[in-house]
Design a protein. Structure first.
Lengths: 333, 322
C-alpha cells in the first residue's frame, strides 16, 4: 500500500489495476491523429499518459454528440432510451476537465429538473484527474477560479510531486476506487498551488463580469470579432458548452428522437420560424458566447461557463483568442 | 526577400491604399496570440497597417474575407489568388473591387509536422531565415528546413506566385507543380484500405463546420447541411450523415476547389479529406484540361457548355438517355 505513485511505470500499473476490475468501463486520453481524445481503453498501452491534455474534452462521455432519447415503434409505442451504464472511470482528466463536469452537473442536474440521460451516466462516473506540472501557452484556468491542482469535480487527484504523483482522495467515491485498485492515499489536502507554474496572472472574475455587462453596446464588438468564421470549433471543443438540438428521423422503420450538439455560433441557432433572428450578426453571436460564459452563467450557476482549458484558443481556425476579448471588454485597460 | 522585409512592404502598401481611399479594408495577417500562429487581420485605419506581418504560419485563405461590394485590398499568394480568380468567375466579386497585393510563397509550416519532428518540445517562438525555421522552447534552439515541415497542400501546390496581382511585392519564386502524386498513390491502394483511411478521417469529425467556414469557395448563402426542410443530410454524428456531408461538400467544389488546404488546416480535430477534393481536381484536369484558379480567362468547366461537347445529350434536352 502506497500513497505515492513513483514515476510513469507506476502510473501505468495503476491504470492496469483499474482496467483489471470486473465490470468497469475506462476512458483515458488516446491518440487521435496528431492529437488526443478521451476514448474507451481496454489496455493501458492505449492510453496517452504523457499527453498534456486531450484535444477533445471528456464531455461526450456524459453528453454524447448524438444520443437517442426515445424511439417510436410502427405500432405507436414509444421506447425511452435512458442509459444504464456500468461503472465508468475517467482516467487522466485535467483539473479543468473535472471542473467543467461540475459545471455540467449544475446545468443538467442542478435545478429542479434533472436530465435523466445525463444523470444516469454521471451517477456511474468516477473521475481521476492528474494535476498539471506546467501550463500550456493556451491555459488560463486561474482566471476562472480554477488552477493546476484544483480538486473540484475530481474524485481522486494525482498531484505532481517530483517524477511521480501524490494520491489525493477527494470524495468517498474516490476512496472506494483507491481501495479497489490497491492504492493507499494521502489526505485530500493539496499542496499550495502557488508553488506551481501559473497560467498567467489571474483575472478578477467579479470585476470582469461588471465591465463586460457595461460593454454590451460597445461599438468595438464588430471590429474585434470580424475575423470569426462562424464555425462551431470553439463550442464543440469546449468542455462546458452544452447546447443541443432535438431532431426526429426515421431509422429502420422506427421514428427516433435524438439529441445532437448545437452551437450558438451557427447562423441557424437563433433563427426563428418567422425568419426573425435576435442575434443576426457574427458579432452578436460571439458577444453572446462571451457574455454567457462570464456573466449569465455566474448568475445562473454560480460559476463561470468557462474553465480556462484553452481548447478554444488552440482550436480556433483563425486564432480569435477569447483571452484577448476578455481583456478588451472586461479588462481595466 | 525575408518575411520581415515583406512584412514592412505589405504594411507600407496597406497604409498607402487606405490613406488614398483605394480600399476600405486591407485583409492580411498579424502576429497570432500563441506560438506558430499568424491570424487574419482586417485593417481599416492606416495607422494600424504596421500590425501586418508575413511569415511561415499564415495558414488561412484570406479570400474567405472578401465581400461583394466592398472595396478591399488583400494580401494574396498563389492559393489566395486562385480562390479570388474563381470567385470573380462566379460573379461573387468584381475584379475592380479588389486590389491584390501579391506575395510569392514558399509554403507554410505545419505546427503538427513540427510537433512530430520534435516530440515533446513546447515551442515558444520560431524565427525564419533563408528557408530554415529556428525553433525556441527547448534548452537550445533547434532548426529544421521549412521544406520538411510544410502543410501537405503546400507540398502539392500548383501555383505559388499570385495568378492575378496589382501590387507585386518580393521576387517571384520558381514554380514546381508536382501534379497529383497523392491521388495516384491513394488510387493504387486496395479498396478496403482506401475505405478505412477515409472512414478514419470521418470518424474524427465533430460537425463543427470549420472546414466549410474556412473555405473561400463555400459561398452558398445557405448550406445544404443547414437545411431542415427538406433535410438533405442528418446533422448528428452518425457515420452515414458525416460521410454524406463531406462527400456532398466535395462534389459542390468539383472544378472550383482552389486546392489551398484551408479546410484541413482549419479542422480542430485534424480531419483531412482533401484527397476527395484532389481526386475531383485530378478528374477535372484530365477530362477538361483545366485547374481551378490557374487561368482567369478559362470558363469554369462544370458551368460552361459548348456545341462541340462530346456528350450530345447535353445539347438536345428532348433526347432520352439510353
Amino acid at each position: 500500500m502506497t500513497d505515492t505513485i513513483h514515476g510513469r511505470e507506476s502510473l501505468v500499473r495503476l491504470l492496469e489495476g483499474i482496467l483489471a476490475m470486473p465490470g468497469v468501463t475506462v476512458y483515458a486520453p488516446v491518440a487521435e491523429g496528431d492529437g488526443a481524445a478521451f476514448d474507451r481503453v481496454l489496455s493501458a498501452s492505449e492510453a496517452l499518459l504523457d499527453s498534456s491534455g486531450a484535444v477533445r474534452p471528456p464531455r461526450q462521455i456524459l453528453a454524447p454528440m448524438t444520443e437517442t432519447l426515445l424511439a417510436m415503434e410502427p405500432g405507436g409505442s414509444a421506447v425511452d432510451s435512458v442509459p444504464a451504464p456500468e461503472p465508468t472511470i475517467l482516467f487522466g482528466a485535467r483539473p479543468c476537465d473535472a471542473r467543467a463536469i461540475v459545471f455540467l452537473d449544475r446545468v443538467y442536474a442542478g435545478g429542479d429538473r434533472i436530465d435523466p440521460y445525463y444523470a444516469a451516466r454521471r451517477e456511474a462516473l468516477t473521475i481521476l484527474s492528474i494535476g498539471c506540472r506546467e501550463p500550456r501557452a493556451t491555459c488560463f484556468c486561474t482566471s476562472t477560479r480554477g488552477g493546476p491542482l484544483s480538486v473540484e469535480g475530481s474524485d481522486i487527484l494525482l498531484e505532481p510531486s517530483g517524477e511521480g504523483w501524490i494520491v489525493r482522495i477527494i470524495t468517498e467515491r474516490g476512496a472506494s476506487l483507491v481501495g479497489r485498485a490497491g492504492l493507499g492515499s494521502s489526505d485530500g489536502r493539496v499542496t499550495d498551488p502557488a508553488a506551481f507554474p501559473q497560467a498567467g496572472a489571474p483575472r478578477d472574475l467579479s470585476a470582469l463580469r461588471g465591465r463586460l455587462e457595461q460593454a454590451f453596446d460597445d461599438p468595438r464588438w464588430e471590429a474585434l470579432t470580424a475575423k470569426c468564421l462562424g464555425c462551431g470549433a470553439c463550442t464543440f471543443l469546449c468542455p462546458s458548452c452544452h447546447c443541443f438540438d432535438i431532431v426526429d428521423a426515421e431509422e429502420d422503420g422506427r421514428i427516433v428522437r435524438s439529441r445532437i450538439w448545437d452551437s450558438c455560433q451557427f447562423k441557424t441557432f437563433t433563427r426563428q420560424a418567422s425568419g426573425h433572428d435576435p442575434r443576426p450578426t457574427g458579432a452578436d453571436r460571439y458577444r453572446h458566447r462571451l457574455m454567457h460564459k462570464f456573466s449569465y452563467c455566474l448568475e445562473s450557476y454560480g460559476m463561470p461557463g468557462c474553465v480556462g482549458c484553452g481548447r478554444c484558443v488552440e482550436a480556433c481556425p483563425v486564432n480569435l483568442d477569447i483571452r484577448l476579448l476578455l481583456d478588451a471588454f472586461g479588462g481595466e485597460r | 526577400m525575408s518575411g520581415a522585409g515583406l512584412s514592412a512592404r505589405i504594411a507600407e502598401a496597406a497604409s498607402r491604399l487606405l490613406s488614398e481611399g483605394s480600399a476600405e479594408v486591407v485583409i492580411g495577417f498579424e502576429q497570432g496570440s500563441i506560438p506558430m500562429r499568424a491570424t487574419p487581420c482586417l485593417v481599416t485605419d492606416p495607422s494600424d497597417a504596421g500590425r501586418l506581418v508575413w511569415n511561415a504560419f499564415c495558414a488561412n485563405n484570406l479570400a474567405r474575407y472578401l465581400e461583394p461590394g466592398r472595396k478591399a485590398a488583400i494580401v494574396a499568394r498563389g492559393c489566395d489568388s486562385r480562390a479570388i480568380v474563381e470567385l470573380i468567375k462566379e460573379r461573387r466579386l468584381k475584379r475592380s473591387d479588389i486590389v491584390v497585393i501579391g506575395v510569392p510563397c514558399t509554403g507554410m509550416a505545419d505546427p503538427r509536422a513540427i510537433a512530430r519532428r520534435f516530440p515533446g518540445l513546447r515551442v515558444t517562438a520560431v524565427d525564419e531565415s533563408d528557408g530554415m525555421l529556428v525553433i525556441h522552447g527547448g534548452p537550445e534552439p533547434v532548426s529544421v528546413p521549412l521544406d520538411e515541415v510544410l502543410h501537405a497542400s503546400c507540398r502539392l501546390c500548383a501555383r505559388r506566385n499570385p495568378v492575378i496581382c496589382d501590387i507585386p511585392l518580393g521576387d517571384p519564386v520558381a514554380e514546381r507543380d508536382p501534379g497529383f502524386p497523392d491521388v495516384e498513390a491513394f488510387a493504387s491502394l486496395p479498396a478496403e484500405e482506401r475505405r478505412s483511411r477515409v472512414e478514419a478521417e470521418m470518424a474524427k469529425c465533430i460537425r463543427c463546420y470549420a472546414c466549410r467556414s474556412a473555405c473561400p469557395l463555400c459561398t452558398c448563402a445557405s448550406c445544404f447541411a443547414d437545411s431542415s426542410q427538406p433535410q438533405w443530410v442528418g446533422r448528428g454524428a452518425h457515420p452515414e450523415d458525416v460521410t454524406a456531408f463531406h462527400v456532398m461538400r466535395a462534389m459542390h467544389l468539383a472544378g472550383r476547389c482552389a486546392e489551398c488546404g484551408a479546410c484541413a488546416r482549419a479542422c480542430p480535430t485534424g480531419v483531412d479529406l482533401s484527397i476527395l477534393n484532389r481526386r475531383l481536381a485530378s478528374d477535372v484536369s484530365e477530362l477538361f484540361g483545366c485547374r481551378a484558379g490557374l487561368d482567369e480567362n478559362a470558363p469554369q468547366p462544370l458551368a460552361a457548355s459548348s456545341m462541340e461537347d462530346s456528350q450530345d445529350f447535353m445539347l438536345d434536352p428532348g433526347r432520352k438517355r439510353e
